[in-house]
Write a protein that binds this ligand. Structure first.
Ligand SMILES: [Zn+2]
Length: 237
C-alpha cells in the first residue's frame, strides 16, 4: 500500500501490485517523497484503489540520499499522514506539501530546517490553528512588547503574568520569524539568516503548538532532534 496525498482525493492510499519486485513495472516511481500524477482505479467507491500508472513530476531523490534531508523529509510528511483526516481535501495543503518536498530536494541542510519550520507553521494555520499574535492565549490581554513566552500547557503567545517556570522566553527574532513564515512563499527559506538559539526557540514554539493542537508531536521529530543539533545549524547575520 502506498500512502498518497492528492489534490482531488485528499489523503488516501492505493495498492501497488508487484511494486516490491525487482523488475516492477513501477521501477523507482513509487519511492518516498515522489510527486507525480497517479492513475488510480477501483471497482466501486467501497473498494480500495490500485495504482495503474504514475507519471513522476518530482523524483526528489536527493531527500532519500542524505540522512539529514531524509529526517526532515519524514518530518514534512508525517503530520499529513498522522493528523490530516482521511479524504480531507485541501488545495493549500497539497500545494505546500508538494512545494516543500521539491524545495527540500535542492536546498542546503541549514535552510532545510528553516523551510521545515515555515512548513510546520503553515500546516498548523491550514489545519485551523493560527495563533493570535496580539493577545495572550491564556488571559486574552494584549501582549506587551518584548515579553512573549510559550509553553506546552497553554501554547503561544503567553504574556509575562501567565508564564510559568516551564515556559520559554521568546526572543523578538523568533517572534518575527513565526509571523513572517505565515505570509511568505516557502522558497524564501533560502534567504533566512538566524542564530542557532533562535532556531531552537522556533522549533520549541512549534512543538508547543503541535502539543496544544494535536496533543502530540510527530514521532519523526525525536530522531531528527537526536541527530540534528539545531544550534549547529545557524547562519550568522
Ligand atoms: Zn496572559
Amino acid at each position: 500500500m502506498v500512502k498518497l496525498y492528492t489534490e482531488e482525493l485528499g489523503r488516501t492510499e492505493a495498492a501497488a501490485f508487484g511494486a516490491r519486485k525487482t523488475k516492477s513495472r513501477f521501477g523507482s516511481r513509487l519511492e518516498p517523497f515522489t510527486t507525480g500524477i497517479f492513475l488510480l482505479y477501483h471497482k466501486d467507491e467501497h473498494s480500495p484503489f490500485s495504482i495503474q500508472d504514475v507519471e513522476v513530476t518530482g523524483q526528489n531523490g536527493a531527500i532519500r540520499e542524505d540522512l539529514n534531508r531524509f529526517l526532515i523529509g519524514n518530518a514534512v510528511v508525517e503530520p499529513v499522514v498522522r493528523f490530516v483526516e482521511r479524504a480531507h481535501r485541501d488545495r493549500e495543503l497539497y500545494e505546500i506539501l508538494s512545494s516543500t518536498l521539491g524545495l527540500l530536494n535542492i536546498i542546503g541542510i541549514t535552510k532545510g530546517l528553516y523551510l521545515l519550520s515555515m512548513y510546520d507553521l503553515n500546516f498548523l494555520s491550514i489545519m485551523g490553528y493560527k495563533p493570535d499574535w496580539d493577545n495572550c492565549v491564556k488571559c486574552s490581554n494584549p501582549m506587551q512588547n518584548g515579553e512573549t513566552f510559550s509553553d506546552a500547557a497553554a501554547g503561544f503567545p503567553l504574556c509575562f503574568r501567565c508564564h510559568t517556570s516551564s515556559s520559554i522566553a521568546v526572543s523578538p527574532g523568533a517572534m518575527r520569524f513565526v509571523k513572517w513564515a505565515l505570509q511568505t512563499p516557502l522558497h524564501y527559506a533560502e534567504k533566512v539568516r538566524m542564530e542557532g538559539e533562535t532556531l531552537n526557540q522556533i522549533r520549541q514554539i512549534i512543538e508547543h503548538l503541535f502539543l496544544c493542537t494535536f496533543q502530540r508531536v510527530p514521532d519523526s521529530w525525536h530522531q531528527m532532534k537526536n541527530i540534528l543539533n539545531y544550534s549547529r545549524y545557524a547562519s550568522e547575520g
